[in-house]
Write a protein that binds this ligand. Structure first.
Ligand code: ZN
Ligand code: ZN
Length: 508
């Protein structure tokens, strides 16, 4: 076998990363911290975020296996450092890539490789060449599979062979998930990953345990808060509906793998995010940066930044109201206000479609500006455009107002025979909605109830509005897509009940 797909360390012959050796490593570093050594200098000289005190003593802050340095007490008077640089220092010690140059000429040399390409040499020969020094690397053509290529490099005095791929569209090299512009970067990242894994595996496994009070974005940090306060913060209570505030809503972060330029630290565990690429994940809504490992245990405390949540249509409801710090989306409030001013008596309100071009124009304006433009009669005399706009807002929600995960529960509720059972089950289902969804549904159903008060003139009864808003306020989740048509009458009945029975169903 001359290939593996990921940076997996081979079985280790020397267990150099056991606790004992790790602790010795930490202590050695600790002793050195008395004088500002060169790694400290390089830290402060590089383009690191200004909020990073780079004190070496922090690496012995008692994380590992509960072992604390005997010298620790002498630093008790000093504030805890914010960022833990141990992993940064481990990364600095990782071997650097060293190209083994080949001077032979190959007529069929692939264009994407340089002098590190050695042609179809044997695996043994390649291994011998890279064994000159740690970090040495070269590329060979596989003798068993001509036309495929193998990256060979020396890590920990062992030759490593990986099947090497090239994406011709993106011009990028890869052996696993991460893609690199040069093979040198690929090897550098591989060496870092293997080195950090070999020397800090135990540290990494434990780093999230000690995340502590600063498990929030740095601009909100107060690392002197008590443990009790931390616990409170991490277990937010469900908001009481009648004092609903957007800021009280729990919201999960919206993480995506991110490549950082320059050194970056995890906001959660405060440790360095190692590697050359895809070192961690970044929340797309609030810019919270953390290790992938930490992202799975972070509390749902995302505070979306309005600058990052640029659009209105198609944005998750909780994200939108938190970003704008509003009880409910301004778009819905503005449209409801306008509809109640001049639409209540209009025949077929919400049923008659508005002019699609006008609706699209308004949507684009709102997404661009983040606020609702003039939708008064002077600007848009056809109120059906405004009705169409609000329906369009509900339809484009990525998670409908009646959420996918509660869809079954709502349908089951309305299938019951006894009316009081239906109301009881609907009330229970409503209480399970995320607070932002509950609040908006309550608000909008109150509005729809006012619409039905004019049903003699507008011909929109609760049942008719149920037909219009059934598929707008709720959508079947994918696993029920096949049966969804059969659920349309139930959706209608649900919305009709929410409109007609809202005094019973919703809290005041
Ligand atoms: Zn976030
Ligand atoms: Zn972390």
């Amino acid at each position: 076998m001359d290939s593996t797909m990921v940076w997996e360390p081979q079985p280790r012959e020397h267990k150099t990363n056991s606790f004992g050796n790790f602790t010795n490593f930490v202590r050695r570093s600790f002793r050195r911290s008395g004088r500002r050594n060169s790694s400290t200098k390089s830290l402060s000289d590089s383009n690191i975020k200004p909020m990073m005190p780079c004190r070496n003593f922090e690496i012995d802050n008692g994380v590992i296996g509960g072992q604390r340095s005997p010298d620790r007490h002498s630093y008790e008077q000093v504030a805890e450092p914010v960022w833990k640089s141990h992993l940064y220092q481990v990364q600095l010690k990782a071997p650097k890539p060293q190209r083994v140059v080949c001077t032979n000429h190959f007529s069929n040399k692939p264009f994407q490789y340089g002098k590190e390409y050695h042609g179809p040499i044997s695996r043994e020969e390649a291994d011998r060449l890279v064994m000159q020094k740690e970090g040495c690397y070269l590329i060979r053509e596989s003798q068993r599979q001509p036309g495929s290529f193998v990256l060979v490099f020396n890590f920990s005095n062992q030759p490593r062979n990986y099947k090497l791929y090239f994406d011709t569209e993106e011009n990028q090299h890869y052996v696993g998930e991460k893609r690199f512009e040069t093979t040198q970067d690929l090897v550098a990242d591989g060496l870092i990953t293997l080195y950090v894994d070999l020397n800090a595996k135990d540290y990494i496994e434990h780093m999230t345990l000690n995340a502590g009070p600063a498990a929030r974005p740095p601009d909100q940090q107060d690392f002197r808060t008590t443990h009790e306060q931390t616990l409170q913060r991490n277990t937010p209570t469900r908001p009481v509906y009648n004092t609903f505030k957007a800021s009280d809503c729990e919201k999960a972060h919206n993480f995506k793998t991110h490549s950082y330029y320059g050194p970056h630290w995890c906001h959660y565990c405060r440790n360095f995010m190692w590697g050359l690429k895809a070192q961690g994940v970044r929340c797309q809504d609030c810019s919270y940066d953390c290790h992938k490992q930490c992202s799975t245990i972070i509390p749902n405390n995302c505070s979306p930044d309005r600058k990052l949540v640029k659009r209105v249509f198609g944005v998750d409801l909780t994200t939108l109201i938190k970003a704008h710090d509003q009880k409910r989306p301004q778009i819905v409030e503005s449209c409801v206000h306008e509809l109640e001013k001049r639409g209540l008596e209009l025949e077929g309100i919400y049923r008659v479609p508005g002019f699609a071009d006008d609706i699209t124009y308004l949507r684009n304006q709102i997404d661009k500006e983040g606020t609702v433009p003039d939708i008064t009669e002077q600007a848009f005399d056809d109120i059906n455009v405004i009705a169409g706009l609000v329906k369009s807002y509900f339809r484009t929600l990525p998670i409908p107002v009646i959420t996918f995960d509660l869809y079954d529960q709502f349908i089951a509720a309305v299938k019951m025979e006894d009316k009081s059972d239906v109301l009881k089950a609907l009330s229970t289902a409503l209480k399970s909605l995320p607070p932002a969804h509950y609040e908006l549904l309550k608000y909008f159903c109150r509005h729809l109830q006012r619409v039905t008060k004019y049903k003699d003139r507008n011909l929109m009864s609760g049942e008719n509005l149920g037909i219009v808003f059934g598929p707008t306020l709720m959508r079947a989740p994918d696993h029920l897509a096949m049966e969804a048509v059969g659920y349309i009458p139930y959706q209608k009945k649900i919305i009709q009940s929410l409109i007609e029975e809202q005094d019973v169903l919703f809290e005041r």
